[in-house]
Write a protein that binds this ligand. Sequence first.
Ligand code: SF4
Length: 406
Amino acid sequence: MNAADGESLAEQFAEIGMVPGVPLQDADLAVLVTCAVRQHAEDRASSHLGVLASWKTMRAGRAIALTGCMAGEHGETLLRRFPQLDYVFDMRESDGFMARMRDLYQGALEGPVPLPGSDRLLAYLPVILGCNEMCTYCIVPFVRGREASRPAAEVEAQARQLVGQGVAEITLLGQNVNSYVAPEDGSGLPELMARVDRVPGLRRLRFLTSHPRNASDRLLDAIAELPTACEHLHLPVQSGSDSCLRRMKREYSVAEYSAVLERARERIPGLGLSTDIIVGFCGETEEEFEATMRMLRQVRFDTVHVQAYSPRPGTAAYRRADDVPLAVKKERLQRVLRLQRRISLERNEALVGTRVQVLVEGVAGDGRAFGRTRQNRVAWILSEARPGEEVSAEVVSASAWQLLAA
Ligand code: SF4
């Protein structure tokens, strides 16, 4: 979402005549697009602000702005905490900030700046902002607000524009993307996917990130049937223990979650599956953690993103004791990583000898092309290929995280 926010800001700056994306030493304005989902992300933003403080003093007239989730979480108090900071603004109301920039730099601006032709092959397209869920550990609903879906016609128009600029793969984006409801007619994400799928020239369509509660059969059918929809589903489960899921207020049981995956695998041959796990959530017992390990062994995801629980002020879980010691959190994190490394390796090795479709995203210094399969696996290609090409290649070897194809 932050990458999408950064792209949107660059376009808005270009519209008022400011040149986005220049090297920092040439810039008059630095904008930090921040994340607040974990304490670590906030610490990194604070340390960037420290570096920018000395950048600002090197030339008169320089300014620093901050937006993203930290702006929503701390608001104007950031201006007091960081005296080097000049502006804090909400991404949902960036018009006011842009108007201020236009007024401030008036005279130095000469109308819209033509942005150089994008060589982007992949683009994020936000379709729904905010989240109506109330997972007890999560700060997102407080900093990104309630769900607001963009009109489907507007999304389609932007998809056409992106494809016209050379984008081959679009990821429809939202904190809770599968609760999308088109304001025009109440249709959902499957219908929106069908609309974007029809955009001439689009080759791949993905969406991120989903709540298991909204993973309907219609959505699974859309993945199975739409030609551009990639056979990949990222469905965060967070824990394999029902009691832990209840404390997290995730609103589904492990059995319900597993049933969705079963239906997904039945309907979508060769489906790539990934998930998110939080270890060491408040009160997580060894038995609850073992239940998560058991579920990982049963489901056999392709990829698992695992994080140790990080308490966020303002959330419901913040009022509970963060009672799993750091050493235990780290040890559980390592156990998940070790298990998943083995499973990912086995799943990738099973692909040796089969053919995969790779959309080439770039060429490394040694001349080898790399990209991703439709199931979202990273693949290296031994034959010559250019970015933007879609190559059918045979997998010759595999590691836990990558395939090698020729
Ligand atoms: S669904 Fe996702 S974004 Fe929404 S509250 Fe839960 S974890 Fe946060």
